[in-house]
Structure formats: structure tokens, C-alpha cells
Design a protein around this ligand. Structure first.
Ligand SMILES: [Zn+2]
Length: 486
């Protein structure tokens, strides 16, 4: 072990989270610059490392002495089953052992280990190549394979060669994770600043749980919310995507689920949720994701990780609904701000060509001119209903094109939908996300109707009627837009 720098950040996400948690526990922070105050595993020396490891050992002893996982004080002990099953901390035999015996066994389990020699020389840690302290299995390393079904080592062999520093990173992992008592949730990124800040915030929360306990574990509306909160709190531009890891190492069945958010979307969410100029749009974005059962940030966070294509779709529906409920200035301001956010999404997340987006927006303005001539909302509803089926939308636009030619056009040149516009909206080419362009068309139409101050008769009041969800087929989300045309 390098005495000046015992911990090395490796390519293992859970080791990395643990390394940051360990430096938080040691109180080692970056001294200066724009990231001053963030935990710094590279700055952790051996004294800080030993102190943090000793503190974790005493936390483990305290938890073990509770013996009962069903009481609030036993929460950390319960969680330990999902990290270090069958360890000295939570061994079933503890029920019949004295306090002294349990404490001694836990301290022996966590006692610093020296490097091992094997054959011709020292064995290297599989993660960081420092001399290994031993071979470790699932009792010490979450998600390590059990020797019962591992076939890369002889039966009974403990498994992975790890150095003491890496093992201690795994011991620190619970502090950097959202604990539930069952599978834990952790946020990971290759953006070191973001990971440092996120783990630091998590360690502050988890330490309280370790010390005070919890009757049922902390409440979390949805796992994805954890990452959205972290993004919202981060002050610097993201340089990498974000992963959400849901994992458990329980003896009854290890689990690992990984949800990813690419850098562009993560950065867009971070920026839109923070900038004061975008706040109004963000508020509308949350409203667009609100349901009767769940607040908007839950729906937004879930969509971001599971089906990001639903984000602009949900906004388009909300905007169309807002047009039909005019008369509330605040809502109208929010609607225009939300339309702006959607175009920003097209630019920053979908990397849509500016000329193409301009083409869609111009098409939307022309369609809005037609709809504006209507006194009732019937034609807008009909137009909206056509979004369920790209073939029917196409024929609506073709009919509208004829109507467009025969009417005064307020100085707007050209056809209702240009050849390029039709290609963008309906070309089933894999490179052309036609489904997304159609969503942007709906956003453009509604934005223009707001600008024009259109007030249809027979519009409904709050809660009276909802427009159906924009039900785009899954294969269209995959970039297969328009293939079902008739
Ligand atoms: Zn190592």
C-alpha cells in the first residue's frame, strides 16, 4: 500500500463510490479551486484512511450488538445483510454470543490485512494492481460471485484478489448508497466532480441513519428521483452521463439493475432545473409530468431514465391541453416557456439540425394560422387526434395544404408543408426520428396559438376534460417513425 496515497480509483463503479465515501468519512477534501470542499480519494493519506476504517469498524460493532434487525436501531444491521451477508457483523450465531465476543469477531473481520504471497511473488489486486491482501468473496464484496457457482477458482477458494484499500472501499460503499433495508440505490458517473458531490451528500444522509437508525428506511418516491435531485444540486457542467445502480448482495439472491442517462440529457436536466431564466419552463415541465397519483418530478425522473422519448411527448400533450384551457396568464407564460424548453431539448439532447427545426417550427406556425381561423376547438382536437396515427396525420396535412393554397396567408410564403417538412415528419428512415419531429410540430403549433392569443369557444375548464395521451407506438420511439403509414 502506498502510504501517501493508499486508495486508487479503479474502473469498478462500486469501488469508486466507496472510495469517495471513504474520503468523506476521513474528512479529506479538495483544498482549493472551484471544487473545494469535495471529497478527494487521491488526497487521502494512510492516517486518514486508517481513521476512517476504524470508524467504520466501530459502526459495524455497534450495529452488530443490536442483534435485532426489526427495531429502528437495527436498521444498519439489516442493511448489512444486503452488503456483507454471513459476515461476523450479522452472523446468525451472534444471537447466542456475548457482546465482547461479537465485538472481537467484528474487529477481527475488519482487521487490516497485509499483502499475500502466492507462488513466485505477490498477488496483485484485480482492481488496482497494488499487492493484494487476500482473496475475497461475496461476504466482503457486493455482487462478487459466490464460490458455490463460481467455476474460475477451485471449490472453497475465496475469489477475487484485492488489496486492503479496495476492500475498505467496499466496506465504505453502504455510506455512499441510499439504504432501503433491501436493495440499495447508488448514483455513479465518470464525471469525478459530480460523483464526488453526489457521494458527499449521500454520506451525510446515510451517517445519520447509521447513528440514529430508522424504523422503515427513508422514503424515496422513485429510485430515479435520487439522480434527478443530484443533478439539480450540481453546479458544474457534466462531462459524462449518469448511472443509477440498484443492487443487493443478499444471500437469497443478488440483484443489479443499471439505468443510464446519457451526458446530453443529464446535462439538459441539470441546466433546465437550475437556471433562473428557465425556471418557469421547468415548472411547466414538472406539471406536464404530473399525474393524479404522482408529483411531476417522479414522472420526469422516471421518464429520463426509462423512456426519455416520453419527455417531449408529454410536453406536447400538456401544451395542447393548455391551449384548450385559455385565460390564465400564468399558464400561458409557462406554456410558451415550456415550448422553448422543448426546442432546447431538440437542439441539445436530440442534436437536431437547426434548419430542420426551423422548418418544423415554420410549418407549425402555418398550421396555427389555419386553426386560428376556427371559432371552436373542434379542428384543433381533430388535428391532435391524428397524432395517434402518422398516416392519418399525413392525410390531414395534405388536405390542409389544399385549403392553405386557397386562403390569404398573411405574407407567409410557400406550401403548408414543404417537401423537406414531409420528409422530416414521415420519412421512415432509421436516421430520421419522425416521431420526434411530429412531437415538435405539435409543440410549434401550440406555441404559435399562444402567441396569436387564440381563444376557442367551448374550451373546457380545469379538470373537466383531459386530452388522451399521445400514444406513439414503441417502434416509432426506436426511430421507426411512419413505417405504419397507410
Ligand atoms: Zn486494489
Amino acid at each position: 500500500m502506498d502510504r501517501r496515497r493508499p486508495v486508487i480509483l479503479t474502473a469498478h463503479p462500486l469501488q469508486r463510490i466507496g472510495a469517495y465515501a471513504l474520503s468523506c468519512l476521513a474528512g479529506i477534501e479538495r483544498p482549493e479551486g472551484r471544487t473545494a470542499g469535495l471529497p478527494d480519494p487521491q488526497g487521502l493519506d494512510v492516517d486518514g484512511f486508517d481513521a476512517a476504517v476504524a470508524a467504520m469498524t466501530e459502526d459495524a460493532v455497534r450495529a452488530a450488538l443490536v442483534r435485532d434487525t426489526k427495531v429502528a436501531a437495527g436498521f444498519f444491521l439489516k442493511c448489512s445483510m444486503s452488503f456483507f451477508p454471513n459476515s461476523k457483523m450479522n452472523h446468525p450465531s451472534n444471537a447466542n454470543r456475548s457482546d465482547e465476543e461479537i465485538a472481537e469477531r467484528v474487529r477481527a473481520w475488519r482487521k487490516p490485512q497485509r499483502s499475500v504471497q502466492s507462488g513466485s511473488g505477490a498477488v496483485g489486486c484485480v482492481l488496482c494492481s497494488q499487492p493484494a491482501a487476500g482473496f475475497f468473496g461475496k461476504t466482503d464484496v457486493p455482487l462478487a460471485e459466490s464460490d458455490v457457482y463460481r467455476n474460475t477458482t477451485p471449490r472453497g477458494h475465496d475469489g477475487m484478489a484485492l488489496c486492503w484499500a479496495c476492500v475498505c472501499c467496499f466496506y465504505a460503499l453502504p455510506y455512499g448508497s441510499w439504504l432501503t433495508g433491501g436493495p440499495s440505490v447508488a448514483v455513479h458517473s465518470w464525471d469525478e466532480d459530480f460523483l464526488a458531490a453526489t457521494v458527499a451528500a449521500q454520506v451525510r444522509l446515510t451517517r445519520q441513519l447509521v447513528e440514529i437508525g430508522s424504523a422503515a428506511g427513508p422514503a424515496l418516491e422513485a429510485r430515479e428521483v435520487l439522480a434527478l435531485r443530484a443533478l439539480r444540486g450540481h453546479q458544474h457542467e457534466l462531462t459524462a452521463g449518469v448511472e443509477l445502480l440498484v443492487y443487493g448482495n443478499n444471500n437469497r439472491g443478488p440483484v443489479l439493475e443499471v439505468y443510464g442517462l446519457d451526458q446530453a440529457l443529464a446535462e439538459w436536466l441539470r441546466r433546465t432545473s437550475q437556471r433562473s431564466g428557465l425556471r418557469r419552463g421547468f415548472r411547466a415541465l414538472l406539471r406536464a409530468h404530473r399525474t393524479a397519483k404522482e408529483p411531476g418530478y417522479v414522472g420526469l425522473a422516471r421518464n429520463a431514465f426509462r423512456s426519455p422519448q416520453r419527455i417531449p411527448g408529454g410536453c406536447a400533450v400538456w401544451l395542447a391541453t393548455a391551449v384548450l384551457r385559455p385565460g390564465r396568464a400564468e399558464r400561458e407564460d409557462e406554456a410558451v416557456a415550456l415550448a422553448g424548453l422543448c426546442f432546447d431539448y431538440a437542439d441539445k439532447v436530440m442534436l437536431m439540425d437547426k434548419d430542420d427545426l426551423d422548418e418544423i417550427r415554420a410549418t407549425g406556425r402555418r398550421i396555427a394560422t389555419i386553426l386560428q381561423g376556427e371559432r371552436s376547438s373542434g379542428k384543433l382536437r381533430e388535428f391532435y387526434a391524428r397524432f395517434k396515427d402518422s398516416g392519418r396525420l399525413r392525410s390531414w396535412l395534405q388536405r390542409g395544404a389544399v385549403e392553405w393554397l386557397g386562403r390569404p396567408r398573411d405574407g407567409q410564403d410557400g406550401p403548408l408543408v414543404s417537401t423537406r417538412g414531409f420528409a422530416l415528419l414521415f420519412d421512415p428512415d432509421f436516421d430520421n426520428p419522425a416521431w420526434f419531429h411530429r412531437q415538435m410540430l405539435l409543440v410549434s403549433v401550440t406555441e404559435e396559438l399562444f402567441h396569436l392569443g387564440w381563444r376557442p369557444e367551448g374550451s373546457f375548464d380545469d379538470g373537466a376534460e383531459e386530452l388522451p395521451e399521445l400514444d406513439v407506438k414503441d417502434n416509432e420511439f426506436a426511430g421507426d417513425g411512419g413505417r405504419d403509414e397507410r
